[in-house]
Design a protein around this ligand. Sequence first.
Ligand code: G1P
Length: 288
Amino acid sequence: MIRKCLFPVAGYGTRFLPATKSMPKEMMPVVNKPLVQYGVEEAFQAGMTDMAFVTGRGKRAIPDHFDISYELEAQIAGTDKEDRLTDIRHLIQNCTFTYTRQKQMLGLGHAILTGETLIGDQPFGVVLADDLCITDGDGVLAQMVQLYKQFRCTIVAIEEVPAGETDKYGIIKGEEVRDDIYRVETMVEKPAPGEAPSDLAIIGRYILTPDIFDLLRETPVGKGGEIQLTDALMRQAQTGCVMAYRFKGRRFDCGSVDGFVEATNYCYEHLYRKARAPAEVASLVKKG
Ligand code: G1P
């Protein structure tokens, strides 16, 4: 029912310089898979097949990744390396990928509004690929789609963060309607610790209803001189309905070096190593 997912991927990734000087930060690999592919797989698992990207200059590696590389296919055809492309081939075969460029970096709200041309008039998912979410069962977006079916309004994913870190996130406060769901009453972008209405932070997964575009058009420049999605969502919460959902799973802030390394260690241990024969891993460890 929700077919489209928007990926704002125009950001510079300055925290990872020099790695991101000529490579998009979304292409940084967590073990052997680029961050953005984790996001696309999560959207696909939630039933979304139209992947829409808001890109910028220097991001060509992303469209290349989600396209067939004939030379590579010819090189590895019939070898034991072929299975390394199974997952990405599956996405390429079953999804469409569309792109538009954000010409100026005016914030997440501006990036989402730039994506309107790819989304049109329908509810859609949003994935901020920096936030890598690992779950046991359904992915975070799939969990949110279930809720959307029930509430038919915008849903934001949240988690508790340490009180001293509220200035890194959009923070919500709301009425608890179930132990993991709040009806949002207040929302503030990156409040200083001590001024935050709660410790419930928005993480980079949203299901947005298309009225968000009109709200974004009217949203004045906010925190950090940028057009903030959080400000438009606050208006939406006042006039309609926004639900916040405490998702099941683990989130890694791969926009920071610490979070990225943590995610790499976790994925190596829990996803990659588990999926490979113990003997193969043992020989790798021996080789160093
Ligand atoms: C953005 C949003 C913020 C949200 C965060 C989640 O901030 O503006 O509300 O909490 O993503 O990762 P950014 O991290 O892009 O500064």
